[in-house]
Design a protein around this ligand. Structure first.
Ligand code: ATP
Ligand code: MG
Length: 285
């Protein structure tokens, strides 16, 4: 699959509206399911190598409007991974302790170790999305001389610089924006209300946020344009059909991880020389 059309390489002329929400790439649901299963197998082997090689770490960020399918993408795509090498962290409204620190503190604490895959369900990007949209900066205890109208531009820069720093230390960063339409979000909210086993997912706060739809799209557009780079591009993934979202996400992960130069560690010279001896020792026990 050509993942270029989902990739935002630079800010130049980036418009969210140029990306379709209902794209299915001419795949049928059945084909997509088969390919997802294959990709999950590939991911399993890539993760095994990542763990053994123990040099790179992988950070996968999911951002989206409510009900765009973050949870289900995480559940389905990652279900084939070895839990020992994976950690999912969800970021909600910050706690009092978190607000007592700089805004990257809580996400820094959750970054993956070498050899591991860390998944962020929401991330430090909330700091230039919901925080910007609702002007929550006033709760962040930042000295007033730093709270100027250009604070968002500065935050984009912090994020770009942080991602470059992480990249140059061996972190592979994949950022997914699950791009759902307003109409499909409505369908999913209705489903949450109609289906008792999905009631728990409904929150009236989501309805309130829905009234800010256009403002959110604008915030996402600005943030994606300002923070897409060659080393940490954003992927805008069509999210009206969940089965296609999962396929695209898995495909991008497989393609990115396949490019890493990873090797299984080999035995040292001395040990290699003595392999026969070790075997003999075990067999003659
Ligand atoms: P679900 O699919 O279960 O609804 P969710 O990620 O939307 O998952 P919620 O508990 O519903 O989880 O919402 C978390 C809320 O926390 C979101 O509205 C999000 O915008 C908000 N949030 C996350 N990070 C921050 C932040 N740094 N500052 C303020 N609000 C934040
Ligand atoms: Mg929610």
């Amino acid at each position: 699959m050509d993942i270029k059309r989902f990739t935002v390489k630079s800010a130049h002329n980036f418009k969210l509206s140029n990306f379709k929400t209902d794209d299915t790439g001419n795949f049928s649901k059945k084909e997509a399911k088969k390919l997802l299963a294959k990709n999950k197998e590939k991911m399993f082997y890539l993760q095994d190598k990542l763990y053994a090689h123990d040099r790179y770490s992988v950070l996968i960020i999911f951002q989206a409007m409510d009900a765009a399918g973050k949870d289900s993408a995480i559940k389905h795509v990652m279900s084939g991974l070895n839990p020992q090498g994976t950690q999912v962290t969800s970021f909600k409204q910050p706690s009092k302790e978190e607000l007592d620190h700089d805004y990257l503190w809580r996400t820094n604490k959750a970054l993956p170790q070498r050899g591991r895959i860390g998944i962020f369900n929401r991330s430090y990007y909330e700091e230039v999305l919901v925080v910007k949209l609702h002007n929550l900066i006033k709760y962040q205890k930042i000295p007033s001389e730093f709270v100027k109208p250009d604070i968002w531009k500065k935050r984009y820069r912090h994020i770009r610089e942080f991602e470059k720093y992480a990249y140059e230390n061996g972190m592979v960063i994949l950022k997914f924006f699950l791009h759902v339409s307003k109409e499909e979000q409505k369908n999913r909210f209705l489903e949450r209300l109609d289906n008792p086993s999905k009631n728990w997912k409904f929150s009236s706060a989501d309805l309130k946020e829905r009234t800010f739809w256009d403002d959110y799209q604008k915030c996402y557009e600005d943030a994606i344009a300002a923070t897409s780079s060659k080393i940490a591009p954003w992927y805008v993934v069509p999210a009206d059909k969940k089965w296609f979202t999962r396929l695209v996400v898995s495909e991008i992960i497989v393609q990115r991880l396949s490019k890493l130069k990873m090797e299984y560690p080999t035995l040292g010279k001395e040990e290699l020389k003595n392999i026969g001896h070790y075997k003999e020792q075990l067999l003659n026990e």
